[in-house]
Design a protein around this ligand. Structure first.
Ligand code: ZN
Length: 607
C-alpha cells in the first residue's frame, strides 16, 4: 500500500548485488538522481558544494539514508517531500576506514523524497588533483580534474558509491574567471558572465563515471560527433593525433550497434594523469603521453571508446566483476583497431597484450590470477592489474575462435542490448553466455565444440587453461629474426617498424645487456631521446636494469613530468633505493593521489 504522505515505492526494484566496497544501503533507499552545485576554489584546494539527492524508499520503512563519504566536511543536511520545503535532518558520520572512508547516515522521514547536503571537500580528496599553473602546458592557470574510479567519487560527492547504483545527474559548476568547466555530460545553457557551467546527464550511470575538469580548455572538432578538449597549446596536436575518432566510432557501431551517448569527445589532461585514459561517458579523460605524432598509440582511444558499450552501458556490478568492464573492452578495442588499421596491427597489439599477461601471471599470486577476483579487505584499485584486461580479452577471443566471428559478434551485440544501462555480476553475464551462446544445438552447428571452453576454469581458476591460444603475430616473427641478427652483431633494417614492432624488439632483448650493447642500441636509434613515451618507457626500464648511466638524466626528467602509473611504477621498482627515494621526494607532489599511493608502497618496500 502507498499513500500520498509516503515516498514508498511498491513494485520498484531495489534488488542489488552486495558490494563490499560501499557502506550505502541501496537495497532500502535508492538514490535515483543527483543535483549538484559546485564552487571550485583553487586557493583553498576545495570544492564547496550542495548536493540534492532524489531518493526512492523501499517498503521496508528505512529510517536512514546511508551514503559513502571520504574526508568530506558535512555542514548541514536537510530533507524534503517535495523539493520546496526543507527541514533540517540529523546526520552522523561513522568510523573512518582506511580504504572505504566513512558512512554518512542521514535520518529520513517516510515522505522524504529529497535530501540536501551542504558540504566541502578536503584538500587531500583522493579523486581530485589540483595542479599548479607550472604543471600545465600553458603555465598560466591552475587545473583541476577528478578520477572517481574505483571508489573515489565519495571523496568529492556524498553518494551511494557502488557501481551497482546508477543515477542521472545535473550540475552547475562555478569556475574562476578565465577557466572552463567540463563534465562527462551534455553541456546545457551556461551563464558565462558569472562563469558558471551547467551540465545534464539524463542517462543513468554509476558513480565512478561522474567526472569534472576545470582549466584553460578549448575545443577542436574531429567530426560531427567527436572532438578534443585540451589546453590551447596542445589542442592542435591532439586533434591531429585523434583525427580518426569519427571513423572509429562508425567501426564500433557497425560491430556492436548504435552509439548511445550522443557525443564522444576526448579531454587531454596534463601529464600527471595517473591512467592512460578514463572512460567518462561522452568525455574520455586521456593522458597526453599517447600523442606520439604518428597515431601509433591511439589504441587508447579505441579502448576508451569501446567502454561506451562494455563498462558504461553494461557495467560491472561490483569491483570483483571488473573483468566484465575491462576484458570485454580490450577485446572490442582490438576489433576496432582491426577495422581501422588492419589485422596485422590488431594481432601485434594482441601479442603484446599476451606478453603483458604472461608477466602479470608471473608476478601475482594464484588468488589474484582469477578473473572474478576476491577483494575482501582490499582497495579495488589493487585489483586493476593486467589480468582482468588481458585474461578477460583472451577468454573472449577463445569463444570467438570456437563459435566463429559471425555468431560471436551477433551474441555480443545482443548482450549489450539485453543489459543496456544495467550493472551486472559475473554470474549474470555467464548465465547469459551459457544460455544464448554455449548451449548451441549440436545439430545446427555440428562443427562447434562448446566443451573447448571451460568457463569455470577461465573465470574462477588461476593461470590460463591449457586450451588457451596465444595470439600469433607474423610481423613479430620477422622482428624476432632481425633481433637474432642484431645480437650476432649484424646491422638490421628497422625503417618500416611501427611502435608495436619496436616494443616487441626491445622486450625481446636479453634482460642483461652489457654496456657495449646498450650504447650500440642508443647510438643506432637514439632511444634516450625518443618522443614516443611507450618506447621511451621500455628503454628507460632497460637502462635502469643495466645501469646505463647516459639515460639516467632522462629517467629523472621523465619521472618529474609524467605521472601515468603504468609508466612510473616499473621505473621506481627497478631503481635502487637511493635514486628512487631522491627522485620521488621531488616528484611526489606532482603526482595524482592514486599514483602517490602506488609509489609510496614501492618506496616503503625498499627500506
Ligand atoms: Zn578500460
Amino acid at each position: 500500500m502507498t499513500s500520498c504522505s509516503t515516498n514508498v515505492k511498491s513494485g520498484a526494484d531495489f534488488s542489488i548485488a552486495h558490494d563490499i566496497h560501499s557502506y550505502a544501503n541501496p537495497e532500502l533507499v535508492r538514490v535515483r538522481h543527483l543535483n549538484l552545485d559546485l564552487q571550485v576554489i583553487f586557493e583553498q584546494q576545495t570544492i564547496q558544494a550542495t548536493a540534492i539527492l532524489t531518493i526512492d524508499l523501499s517498503e521496508r520503512h528505512p529510517k536512514q539514508l546511508v551514503l559513502d563519504s571520504r574526508g568530506l566536511q558535512i555542514d548541514e543536511t536537510e530533507i524534503s517531500p517535495d523539493g520546496l520545503k526543507y527541514q533540517e535532518a540529523r546526520f552522523s558520520i561513522g568510523t573512518v576506514d582506511k580504504i572505504l572512508g566513512a558512512p554518512l547516515r542521514i535520518d529520513i522521514a517516510p515522505d522524504t523524497k529529497f535530501v540536501k547536503i551542504r558540504y566541502s571537500t578536503d584538500p587531500t580528496a583522493t579523486a581530485l588533483q589540483w595542479l599548479y599553473p607550472e604543471q600545465t602546458a600553458g603555465k598560466q592557470h591552475p587545473f583541476l580534474y577528478t578520477q572517481s574510479q574505483a571508489i573515489h567519487a565519495r571523496s568529492w560527492i556524498p553518494l551511494q558509491d557502488s557501481p551497482g547504483v546508477r543515477v542521472t545527474y545535473e550540475a552547475l559548476v562555478h569556475a574562476p574567471a578565465g577557466m572552463r568547466a567540463l563534465m562527462g555530460a551534455a553541456h546545457a545553457s551556461a551563464s558565462p558572465d558569472q562563469n558558471a557551467y551547467r551540465f545534464v546527464m539524463d542517462q543513468p550511470i554509476p558513480s565512478y563515471l561522474i567526472a569534472l575538469a576545470v582549466g584553460d580548455l578549448v575545443f577542436r572538432a574531429t567530426g560531427p560527433r567527436t572532438g578534443v578538449w585540451a589546453e590551447p597549446a596542445v589542442v592542435q596536436k591532439a586533434g591531429a593525433e585523434f583525427s580518426d575518432m569519427e571513423k572509429m566510432l562508425e567501426a564500433a557501431e557497425k560491430l556492436y550497434g548504435p552509439y548511445r551517448w550522443f557525443r564522444y569527445d576526448v579531454l587531454v589532461l596534463p601529464p600527471s594523469f595517473p591512467f592512460g585514459g578514463m572512460e567518462n561517458p561522452r568525455l574520455t579523460f586521456a593522458t597526453p603521453t599517447v600523442i606520439a605524432g604518428d597515431k601509433s598509440l591511439v589504441s587508447l582511444v579505441a579502448h576508451e571508446m569501446a567502454h561506451s558499450w562494455s563498462g558504461n552501458l553494461v557495467t560491472n556490478a561490483t569491483w570483483s566483476d571488473f573483468w566484465l568492464n575491462e576484458g570485454y573492452t580490450v577485446y572490442i578495442e582490438r576489433r576496432i583497431l582491426e577495422e581501422l588499421y588492419g589485422v596485422r596491427r590488431a594481432e601485434m597489439e594482441a601479442a603484446l597484450g599476451y606478453q603483458d599477461l604472461q608477466d602479470e601471471l608471473k608476478s601475482h599470486p594464484p588468488v589474484d590470477q582469477i578473473l572474478h577476483v576476491n577483494l575482501a579487505g582490499r582497495d579495488p584499485d589493487d585489483g586493476a592489474t593486467q589480468i582482468p584486461y588481458e585474461k578477460g580479452a583472451l577468454f573472449l577471443r577463445q569463444i570467438e575462435s570456437v563459435f566463429g566471428r559471425e555468431r560471436f559478434d551477433a551474441w555480443l551485440k545482443a548482450y549489450f542490448d539485453h543489459f543496456a544501462f544495467q550493472s551486472i555480476t559475473t554470474a549474470q553475464s555467464l548465465e547469459y553466455l551459457r544460455k544464448n551462446l554455449l548451449a548451441v544445438d549440436s545439430q545446427t552447428l555440428p562443427h562447434v565444440d562448446a566443451h573447448r571452453i571451460d568457463v569455470n576454469e577461465w573465470v574462477y581458476q588461476p593461470g590460463l587453461p591449457v586450451s588457451a591460444q596465444a595470439p600469433v603475430s607474423e610481423a613479430f616473427r620477422s622482428v624476432d629474426l632481425k633481433l637474432a641478427d642484431w645480437l650476432k652483431g649484424e646491422k638490421i633494417d628497422t625503417t618500416e617498424w611501427s611502435t608495436q614492432e619496436w616494443l616487441h624488439f626491445l622486450r625481446g632483448l636479453p634482460e642483461k645487456l652489457d654496456a657495449t650493447r646498450m650504447r650500440r642500441l642508443d647510438k643506432s636509434w637514439r632511444l634516450t631521446e625518443s618522443t614516443n613515451d611507450e618506447i621511451l618507457d621500455q628503454w628507460l626500464l632497460m637502462a635502469i636494469r643495466n645501469r646505463y648511466e647516459p639515460a639516467y638524466q632522462r629517467v629523472e626528467d621523465f619521472l618529474m613530468t609524467v605521472g601515468r602509473r603504468k609508466y612510473v611504477k616499473p621505473l621506481y621498482e627497478a631503481l635502487d633505493r637511493n635514486r628512487a627515494t631522491a627522485i620521488y621526494e621531488k616528484a611526489r607532489p606532482l603526482y595524482h593521489p592514486i599514483t602517490q599511493a602506488t609509489i609510496d608502497a614501492i618506496i616503503a618496500a625498499k627500506k
